[in-house]
Write a protein that binds this ligand. Structure first.
Ligand code: DP6
Length: 322
């Protein structure tokens, strides 16, 4: 009873920050993201009566404590559906740093969902897989379908899932991730979500979400990169303003993050059209069209202090592998 799955990380253009229901991870607003071709998690799950407990190995290290508990609780949900009581060994590998706002939990829980359900002989639809992945980590539901994805907030669990808006080859937009910090963040996204109501700006953020979603969908439909870029950049800053003004304030940026935000704007004024977005971490995602990526990389390479730059195209979602 073993299966292996690979799932991409995703970058949110319109962010998920704040939950309507914490334990079911039902978000306050819908979000829109793109799956990433070069950052992913590969996870094998094996159930056996030989195992006296669940075991979790991430990047070669055995993991205990809270993180293992979260995975075990997630496995329990699927064990319950399939009526199997066996323990499991989960072996997971990320090809990128964990806990740095690169949605390691998104690709992790998406791969875990697909591998676990398959290992237990369940053949679920994409929608069912997305709902299950969401229960592990909200943003993981967006790593199940292909390409550019919308997660419809829904008000109940069965209506809160992601689906593909466009396949990966719809539009050649790319995400150049600059790795600025690789340390685990002090406050996890799950803890951060729980603080949103304490920001005085949160209500006004939520009030404008439907319009923002409508506008970005229009920009996507028309492949209007300028409009699209303006929306995503403003959206990232808006989410971070809520983070910084919650109590306690959450500051995920490092000085280099701000440096690159300003550089991207400067490059844009000088003919390299790109826009930034940032998740719950210091790394910066620079979004550009395929035709600009070489010029952008030339600019990046001229600078010092960048540990790593990863160029991503839109990707397919989670898949089983041999
Ligand atoms: C800032 O999906 O990691 O990346 O549901 O508690 O696991 P949990 O949160 P998580 O939150 C992601 C927040 C974000 C924005 C986004 O990806 O939409």
């Amino acid at each position: 009873m073993k299966a292996t799955a690979k799932a991409p990380a995703n970058i949110a253009f319109i962010k998920y920050w704040g939950k309507r229901n914490e334990s079911l991870r039902i978000p306050m607003n819908s979000s829109i993201s793109m799956n990433l071709s070069e950052v992913f998690t590969t996870t094998s799950v094996e159930f056996s009566k030989e195992y006296i407990d669940d075991a979790l190995v991430i990047n070669g290290n055995t993991v205990d404590g809270k993180e293992k508990e979260r995975v075990s609780e997630f496995l329990d949900r699927i064990r319950k559906i399939s009526k199997v009581k066996l323990n499991a060994k989960v072996v997971s590998k990320n090809n990128f740093p964990k806990g740095t706002g690169m949605a390691s939990s998104a690709s992790g829980f998406a791969a875990l969902t697909l591998a676990t359900t398959k290992a237990l002989g369940l053949n679920l639809s994409e929608k069912e897989l997305s709902i299950l992945a969401r229960l592990g980590s909200g943003s993981a539901c967006r790593s199940i379908p292909d390409g550019i994805v919308e997660w419809k907030s829904g008000k109940q669990s069965n209506f809160s899932y992601a689906y593909s808006l466009y396949p990966p080859d719809y539009w050649d937009i790319q995400d150049v991730i600059l790795i600025i910090g690789e340390k685990d963040k002090k406050i996890s996204s799950t803890e951060g979500h729980a603080l949103v109501e304490s920001s005085p700006f949160y209500k006004s953020r939520i009030a404008k979400m439907d319009t923002k979603i409508r506008d970005i969908k229009k920009a996507l439909k028309e492949k209007d990169f300028t409009k699209f870029g303006q929306i995503i950049e403003e959206e990232a800053v808006n989410m971070h303003a809520v983070m910084m003004t919650s109590k306690p304030g959450l500051f995920y940026w490092l000085p280099e993050t701000l440096k690159f935000m300003l550089l991207v704007q400067n490059w844009r004024d000088n003919g390299v059209e790109s826009y930034f977005t940032i998740d719950a971490g210091p790394n910066i995602h620079i979004i550009c069209e395929g035709k600009s990526v070489n010029k952008l990389m030339k600019k990046i390479k001229e600078l010092k202090g960048i540990k790593n730059a990863i160029v991503n195209k839109p990707s397919i979602g989670a898949r089983l592998i041999d």
